[in-house]
Structures are given as C-alpha cells and as structure tokens.
Write a protein that binds this ligand. Structure first.
Ligand code: ADP
Length: 182
C-alpha cells in the first residue's frame, strides 16, 4: 500500500490544491489531505471549517481522505503509515523552502520520501493568502476556488467574524470562530 499525504493550511482550499491532490490520487493507493493545526497562527477559517470544505471538495476522489495534524508532519506520517509527502511546486520561490523542509523531514524520518508535483500553469500564481487578499478588496476570486468555498469566503468577509458561513458544511454545527484554529 502506497499512501501519501498532502499537507497544508488550506485556508481555504483552492483549485491549485485540488489539482495537486487529484494528480497525487492517481499516483498513490491512498492520499490523506492533512490540515495543519497551529493555534498560534491566525486563520480566516477554523480547522473544522477547513476540514469540512476539503471533505466536500475532495468528495469526488475515491482514494482521498481528510485529516488534521498538529506537531511534526513526520510523526503524522509514522502514525498513519504514510510513505510519501506530496508538495506542489509553483515557482522557484517555493523550491528553496520546500527543499529545506524535504531534507529536514528526511533527516527525521528517512523512510518517508518527499515528492514534488509541478503546478499546472493556470494555477502557478494561486495561493490561499492571495485569494483572501484579493477577496478582501472586492476582487472576483470565483475562478480560483470551488463555488461553495467562494460563497463561504464572501459570507465571512461581508458578515464578519460572528457569522458561520460554513455551518452547512460542519457535521456537528460547531460554532465558527475565524481567529483561533484549535
Ligand atoms: P497556500 O500557499 O495556498 O497557503 P498551503 O500552505 O495550504 O497553501 O499549501 C499546501 C500545499 O499546496 C503546498 O505544497 C503548496 O505548495 C501547495 N499549493 C498551494 N497552492 C498551489 C498551487 N496553486 N499549485 C500547486 N500547488 C499548490
């Protein structure tokens, strides 16, 4: 069984992420999309909201599941019998950092290989942070994220932090708080 992880913050998931997940799903028996939970970082969407959006966005892939992790990714890999970390590479600017991470992770767990997948050209400029920034200033980002993510983004930006734009996505109706993550 070859199992890979696609780690990230996914705040929120974009079509660039989904392109990488879909391509990884063809290379591996199973792909785990793992949402990093780091309480010290402020996010637009809570971990539960990001997971719910990913579960919906990845629903069409038979061999993809969504999980979360806190702490070292290599510990998550060991605990989940994951043999490969899949990262998308957009530009040279990604490469420096990703190479450093890959080498550090290899030194922590040499049984886990990092695999880089080059971004599709149409998504090479796409990052969650940029999508949020453009959306904040009223730009149309509907081409870059799934429809329901776009609706959640617009709702969060227009109704503010007390709204729960993804309440229909979370199974347990956990109240949404846009700042803390866990
Ligand atoms: P972002 O940079 O969008 O905030 P994340 O931290 O959630 O993304 O990234 C998770 C993974 O997805 C990383 O490996 C990153 O390189 C990859 N990724 C993000 N956006 C794209 C994209 N547009 N094309 C290819 N890979 C991407």
């Amino acid at each position: 069984m070859h199992r890979a992880v696609c780690p990230g913050s996914f705040d929120p998931v974009t079509l660039g992420h989904l392109d990488i997940v879909g391509r990884a799903s063809k290379l591996f028996d199973e792909v785990v999309v793992a949402v990093g939970v780091n309480p010290s970082k402020s996010r637009m969407f809570t971990a539960d909201e990001r997971i719910a959006m990913l579960e919906r966005a990845c629903g069409g892939f038979d061999n993809v599941r969504v999980a979360s992790f806190a702490g070292l990714l290599t510990d998550f890999c060991r605990a989940n019998e994951v043999n490969a970390i899949v990262k998308g590479l957009r530009a040279v600017s990604d490469f420096d950092y990703e190479l450093q991470m890959a080498q550090m992770n290899a030194s922590l767990a040499d049984e886990v290989e990092t695999v880089f997948i080059p971004t599709a050209p149409e998504y090479s400029f796409l990052a969650s942070s940029l999508v949020k920034e453009v959306a904040r200033f009223g730009g149309d980002v509907s081409r870059f994220v799934p429809d329901f993510v776009h609706a959640a983004l617009v709702s969060r930006l227009t109704t503010g932090p007390t709204s729960d734009p993804t309440s229909d996505l979370t199974s347990d109706n956990t109240p949404a708080d846009p700042v803390p993550e866990a």
